[in-house]
Design a protein around this ligand. Sequence first.
Ligand code: CP
Length: 315
Amino acid sequence: MLSVRHVLDLDEFSLADIELVLDTASSMLEVLRRPIRRVPALRGKTMVNLFYEASTRTRVSFELAAKSLSADVVNVSASGSSVEKGESIGDTVKTLEALGADTIVIRHSASGAPYLAAEHTNATVINAGDGWHAHPTQALLDLYTLRQRFGRLAGLRVVIVGDILHSRVARSNIWGLSRVGASVTICAPHTLLPVGIGDGHCGGLPRLEVTSDLDRAIVDADAVMALRMQSERQASGMVPSLREYIRRYQITNDRLERARSNALVMHPGPMNEGVEIAPDVAHGARSVIQDQVTNGVAIRMALLYLLHGDANGTI
Ligand code: CP
């Protein structure tokens, strides 16, 4: 089973944990391809989706994952709940546990919110994205998608480009990709790079290659992961001109000519097509963006099963 009780970020996952999740996700994908996409593994368990921030992919895929494992699912959003009356995160998760939650999946705009939640409940907490900090289940589905296409992860060259400063997806992917032996290059304008990210002093992140020159970074890349320009997290304009940003950092078919001939294009979504990624690339032959979404259900099934299921039971 996993060495962790909660899923807060991938820095806490060993290589064996990651491999177990990816292998289990393959079995879950097989379940999802059956005519009846439901197994009884988590019958009697309850998962609560506690989302303080907008989501389509993550919230829906957790709900589908839990339902495919026959768990009960309750969706709670900040609006319409007692959070609007000022209830704290701690009191909210204690209340949900008292109501029978075995797992609480939490998304919050504040970095660290899932860690606070985990301190206040005996339920299992899964981080569905906290502020700029972490999005571990997204990184796991990204790893799965890469392994599905390449048959391996070690030795792959992955370029992550875009608004790194505000990206929880980038941080979790840096942990995950480094753990499995892939090499990671981070590419962004200087104003969208966290201070110290290149010298191994940025939140303890592993040392990685950092550049602001996408045309050089993309040479011989196995995969290019474009990140959304996060206008909702930018206190002020951090690029002088969007047109200039698009010219230097948009993933285009011309730029992809420099990558390996079988290079993949990834994006966690939601996309700003025409900003960080050209529409013909987003929907082109190299794009695995739809696979990422589909694999998200299998990864979340795997996590729920490994955290709560009977490891000896069949699925
Ligand atoms: N990738 C991702 O977290 O998407 P959502 O915001 O739609 O959940």
